[in-house]
Design a protein around this ligand. Structure first.
Ligand code: ZN
Length: 164
C-alpha cells in the first residue's frame, strides 16, 4: 500500500513520473512536507477503507523545499472533501486523473464548516457522548482555528491532534 518514492522523481509542475503512474483517481500535490498522513486522516481515509494509496514524502520542490504527494486510485474526491486539506496544507493542489490524464486541477479553499473527522476538545461536548451526533466545526474567518457549533470550544493550534 505504501510507496515511498526516491527523492529525485518529484516534479513541481505536477507532471512528473509520480503523477503519471496513476490511471484514474486523485493526486494531491504540494502538501506541506511531513503532512501527508494528516491529509489522509482529515479525508477520512483509514485502514479499513478500500482505496489504493500511494504516498511520497519529502519530495524536493522548487517552491516549497520539500513536499508530500498523495495519490488515491479509483476515487475522485469532492470539493468538500479536498477543502479540508486547506486547514493543514493551504498550498495543496488537487489533480483529478482520468485515463492517465489530469482532467481537473484546482487549489484548496478554506471551508466554512467541517463535519466529522475532528474531535471536540471539550469532554462534556454532546458530540463526545454516545449520541449519534457528528462533530461540526465552523472554521474561523482566517482559517486559523475551528469552533465547535455545539459547545463553542475553539481549536486554534495543533489541529492535527484533534483529527479522528
Ligand atoms: Zn464541542
Amino acid at each position: 500500500m505504501k510507496h515511498i518514492a526516491p527523492p529525485d522523481t518529484g516534479d513541481d509542475d505536477g507532471k512528473g513520473l509520480l503523477i503519471r503512474r496513476i490511471k484514474n483517481g486523485t493526486v494531491i500535490d504540494h502538501i506541506d512536507g511531513g503532512e501527508a498522513l494528516n491529509v489522509i486522516k482529515i479525508l477520512g481515509i483509514v485502514g479499513s477503507t478500500t482505496e489504493t494509496l500511494s504516498i511520497a514524502t519529502n519530495v524536493p520542490s522548487r517552491n516549497m523545499g520539500r513536499k508530500d504527494i498523495v495519490k488515491i486510485s479509483n476515487r475522485e474526491l469532492s470539493k468538500e472533501e479536498v477543502d479540508r486539506i486547506a486547514l493543514i496544507s493551504p498550498r495543496a493542489t488537487i489533480n483529478i486523473v482520468r485515463n492517465f490524464k489530469v482532467c481537473e486541477k484546482q487549489g484548496v479553499e478554506i471551508p466554512v464548516l467541517i463535519v466529522g473527522n475532528v474531535r471536540c476538545p471539550n469532554p462534556g461536548c454532546i458530540t463526545r457522548t454516545n449520541e449519534p451526533i457528528k462533530s461540526r466545526f465552523a472554521v474561523l474567518p482566517d482559517g486559523k482555528g475551528l469552533r465547535c457549533i455545539y459547545c463553542d470550544s475553539v481549536i486554534t493550534k495543533d489541529l492535527t491532534n484533534f483529527i479522528i
